[in-house]
Design a protein around this ligand. Structure first.
Ligand code: AMP
Length: 399
């Protein structure tokens, strides 16, 4: 039995075929630079990578090419359904949903909250419906896991009309990853399912941390949009909002342009002046590049402060789980962050920290409570599992 997982972005389409029962990934890949002459379809199967040009292709052509590849591989037989990553589910979706016309209408309503992400997500859903008529389609929302946050965690202290009429509140993102990682950390750390306090730190191109109490998100660092919270690759994370008015006036540029710079030209890139990639920043810092050193130190300092703040809603810390491209691969970021958090009882095991990375999950601190650990995230598997669960619940069989 297989599930096709789709993650449709503005110029890319990530896919994977996963057997949710065995967690086995049969094939995965990404069609990128869609809409340009350089568009490609990059595929990974059985550990081998290949790439074919798809000049000028948009999402539909790319998805057709993917479906044709899956057909050749015999993966369209026993397909249970298609699971879609959807970024913004607003306050409407607190879990994954079978996609119906009503659900599509609700995702459309959330476009105002996720103007960059929801439209391409909807394109993926529409094309998949055309290519797989009658097949189960499931929406898995980045925001859904955080719908358990209490009002003190999701309310902004802003005018009532903004909150009531404009739905201005904190939603949180990366929910599928935080959910997966919290579950994995629970097992790895041997914590009781009914009584645990975990902070998950998803550190990739975008970064966010979540406080998970007994399997539920009780607070998170991202807010109305994925700009809030810790420092990221190109995003500033939380800054004084008055900066927007100040810089807008000083540069005679509209506020939207300043916001764009906070999203695309800040974070590691803005501070280092070099790159949004932690590998480049770490290498330059090690070679004495002052701004890269500041970027690295600032990233870990801001991150540690955010993790410490998330212990407030938890009341205690049992485990801190690092994940995402940086969290899984950068022993330097993990070490610096854990060192800032020594007052919580975390004590780094330097050898274990060097060993763990993508593929080797495990503990990186000396004591077991609280402990820090590395967990490889797998949002695609979570989407496939949710799709299989909904298929079972709603009586859909593989075909
Ligand atoms: P993701 O969005 O989870 O794929 O993470 C992407 C980010 O992970 C990249 O932008 C890099 O900054 C970071 N990354 C990947 N490999 C390493 C590594 N070996 N050391 C430090 N950072 C890494």
């Amino acid at each position: 039995m297989n599930v096709l997982v789709l993650n449709c972005g503005s110029s890319s389409l990530k896919f994977a075929v996963i057997d949710p029962d065995t967690s086995l990934e049969r094939v995965s890949g990404i069609a990128q630079r869609l809409g340009s002459a350089e568009a490609t379809l990059d595929v990974k199967r059985n550990g081998n990578r290949s790439s074919e040009p798809l000049p000028g292709a948009r999402h539909e052509v790319a998805l057709r090419a993917i479906v044709s590849l899956l057909g050749e591989m015999g993966l369209l037989e026993r397909l249970l359904g298609v699971g879609h990553r959807v970024v913004h589910g607003g306050s409407t979706f607190s879990g994954s949903m079978e996609i119906t016309p009503e659900v599509i209408a609700k995702i459309e309503e959330c476009i105002a909250l996720g103007p960059l992400h929801n439209p391409p997500n909807l394109v993926g859903i529409k094309i998949a419906h055309e290519l797989f008529p009658g097949m189960l389609q499931v929406g898995v929302f980045d925001t859904a896991f955080h719908q358990t946050m209490p009002p003190v965690a999701y309310t902004y202290p802003v005018p009532l009309e903004w909150r009531e009429d404009l739905h201005v509140r904190r939603y949180g993102f990366h929910g599928t990853s935080h959910r997966f990682v919290a579950r994995a950390a629970l097992t790895l750390a041997g914590l009781p399912a009914g009584d645990h306090a975990i902070v998950t730190a998803h550190l990739g191109n975008g970064c966010s941390c979540t406080a998970v109490r007994n399997g539920k998100s009780v607070d998170t660092t991202m807010g109305l949009t994925p700009l809030e919270g810790v420092m990221m690759g190109t995003r500033s994370g939380s800054v004084d909002p008055a900066i927007i008015g100040h810089v807008s006036q000083a540069l005679s540029k509209p506020p939207g342009e300043i916001l764009d710079m906070l999203n695309k030209r800040s974070g590691l890139l803005g501070v280092s002046g070099l790159s949004n990639d932690m590998r480049t920043v770490e290498e330059a810092a090690a070679n004495g590049h002052e701004r890269a050193r500041l970027a690295l130190e600032l990233f870990c300092y801001v991150l540690a402060k955010a993790i410490a703040a998330l212990v407030v809603p938890l009341g205690r810390l049992d485990a801190l789980a690092f994940t995402g491209g940086i969290g899984e691969n950068s022993s330097t970021v993990r070490a610096k962050t854990v060192q800032h958090l020594g007052f919580l009882g975390l004590e780094l095991d330097e050898e274990a920290n060097k060993v763990h990375g993508r593929g080797t999950a495990g503990q990186i601190t000396k004591k077991t409570r609280p402990q820090a650990l590395v967990v490889a995230t797998n949002e695609e598997l979570m989407i496939a599992s949710d799709t299989a669960e909904i298929a079972r619940r709603n009586g859909h069989a593989a075909r």
